[in-house]
Write a protein that binds this ligand. Structure first.
Ligand code: NDP
Ligand code: 2IT
Length: 466
């Protein structure tokens, strides 16, 4: 893992097939100085699009790539709030409304001290293609704040969320822009945000936020959906190679929303999950993670994985992070699911995983694997599911929540999970067939980028120069 897991240097080179787009990428770097994560996300998509422009020159004529790389709207605002001792704090709020080609802007809010415009733009850019892949009429957006929720009281979190929404509400709406959670934003925060939106607008507009509580407009399976979907995608990748998850040894990073439910679904499908982590370190539990205990530690006590190790028993090892990331990828496994944050799995980690016999890697987090690490996996023949495909189950289930809100209906857990499984299968198959159509069978990165891009680009062509 790089010393700062959030940042890698902006990539520069393109292979010969994609030289046409090199100048467009250089322009993105020039016009968005210092936004390295945004550069990285754009590079990862653009480097696969040369063959699409060659087959569809109308996309180049209409300047689709230049338009898709420029957000439709970027909002930055002041978020003042007081802590429990009465001290005033000033944070920065963001919402980047990237693309409405396929539907209302849709994407989560991240509260983490590392949040800046470049991070929000990388996430919003990814979201455009991810949302397209779901097939569910949602555009792409992302937002958040450099607010650090760690160690804050409930009352402080509520005051922060109320101040954040007091500014953001004017830009939202069930047909306009529909946020949800991401790092640091879960059910509690969505509740406070929704309450304030309702109070300011005097409207019970359920569809303006997703990830709501089940008693007041939330959808079954939304909490579980990203982690479940990531494992379902992994199972599809393995199935297409004649393999399965049963009996597999799985490594998961993170211990938040995505990680917890990735662990749950992997266990349901007969795998043994031997590790999970947080920014302080990782645990190794050779008997398999005790998920009930981990949920109790994380969701009830709001504790750390170190607390899990202490409560679980002497067979569990907690390894503290030592400067160079958490080291979690040194744990040998058949399947690796990075579910924490961007650039948390670098080339050295990838080489260690390959040496340990990894067969499949699926990104529960957004852009957790560095470009060099992706290459290591691809060259070693490891099935690699990029985030915009593998973690799309969360936003897809958000779209199902919007559907239920619009029809004032609520579906059962079983019905919703069945929809989720169908959507993940559809995403897997459309990535696989697109990759094949473009001469890269088995390359889900190429498949996801091109399949998502074609859907958005066709809509943009049809909608004229806007
Ligand atoms: P949570 O806040 O619930 O959990 C985040 C987890 O990642 C925590 O365990 C956290 O540890 C760890 N983490 C965060 N930052 C770092 C860091 N810099 N270094 C090491 N570990 C870190 O967030 P989610 O589970 O919701 O999100 C995880 C990832 O999944 C993100 O990339 C997010 O964008 C992506 N995602 C989320 C979706 C959702 O529906 N929630 C949907 C699709 C993708 P610590 O507590 O120590 O910070
Ligand atoms: O990255 C993501 O897809 C999310 N954080 C979920 C977005 C959503 O609107 O459900």
């Amino acid at each position: 893992m790089p010393t700062n897991p959030q940042t890698v240097t902006s990539p520069a080179s393109f292979d010969a097939e994609n030289r046409v787009i090199e100048a467009l990428y250089a322009d993105v770097v020039r016009r968005n100085k210092g936004e390295t994560e945004f550069h990285q996300a754009v590079h990862e998509v653009l480097e696969t699009l040369g063959p699409v422009l060659a087959r569809r020159p109308e996309f180049a004529d209409a300047r689709i790539i230049e338009r898709i790389c420029e957000p439709e709207r970027q909002l930055m605002f002041r978020v003042p709030w007081t802590d429990d001792s009465g001290t005033i704090h000033v944070n920065r709020g963001f919402r980047v409304e990237f693309s409405s080609a396929l539907g209302p802007y849709k994407g989560g809010l991240r509260f983490h001290p590392s949040v800046n415009l470049g991070i929000v733009k990388f996430l919003g850019f990814e979201q455009i293609f991810k949302n397209a892949l779901t097939g569910l009429s949602i555009g792409g957006g992302k937002g958040g704040s450099d607010f650090d929720p760690k160690g804050s009281s409930d009352a402080e979190i509520m005051r922060f969320c109320q101040s954040f929404m007091t500014e953001l509400y004017r830009h939202l709406g069930e047909h306009t822009d529909v946020p949800a959670g991401d790092i640091g934003v879960g059910g509690r925060e969505i509740g406070y945000l929704f309450g304030q939106y309702k109070r300011i607008t005097n409207r019970y507009e359920s569809g303006v936020l997703t990830g709501k509580g089940l008693g007041w407009g939330g959808a079954q399976v939304r909490t579980e959906a990203t982690g479940y979907g990531c494992v379902l995608f992994t199972a599809e990748m393995l199935r297409s190679r004649g393999e399965g998850l049963e009996g597999r040894r799985v490594a998961v990073s993170g211990s938040g929303n995505v990680a917890l439910y990735a662990i749950e679904k992997a266990q349901q499908l007969g795998a043994t999950v031997v590790t999970c982590s947080d920014s302080s370190g990782y645990v190794v539990d050779e008997k398999g993670i005790d998920l009930e205990l981990l949920k109790e530690v994380k969701e009830v006590r709001r504790g750390r994985v170190a607390d899990y190790a202490e409560l679980r028993g002497s067979h569990v090892r907690f390894v503290e992070a030592a400067g160079e990331g958490t080291g979690v990828w040194g744990v040998p496994c058949d399947v690796a699911l990075p579910c924490a944050t961007q650039n948390e799995l670098d080339e050295t980690d990838a080489l260690a995983l390959v040496r340990g016999g990894v067969k499949a890697v699926a990104e529960g987090a957004n852009m957790p694997t560095t470009p060099a690490a992706v290459r290591v996996f691809q060259e070693a023949g490891v099935a690699f599911g990029p985030g915009k495909a593998a973690n799309a189950g969360g936003v897809a289930t958000s779209a199902l929540e919007m559907q239920q809100n619009a029809s004032r209906d609520s579906w059962t857990f079983a019905r919703t999970e069945e929809r989720l499984a169908g959507i993940m299968r559809h995403i897997h198959d459309s990535c696989a067939t697109t990759a094949e159509r473009y001469g890269h069978p088995g390359n889900y990165v190429v498949g996801a980028n091109i399949a998502g891009f074609e859907l958005v680009a066709d809509a943009m062509l049809a909608q004229g120069l806007v």
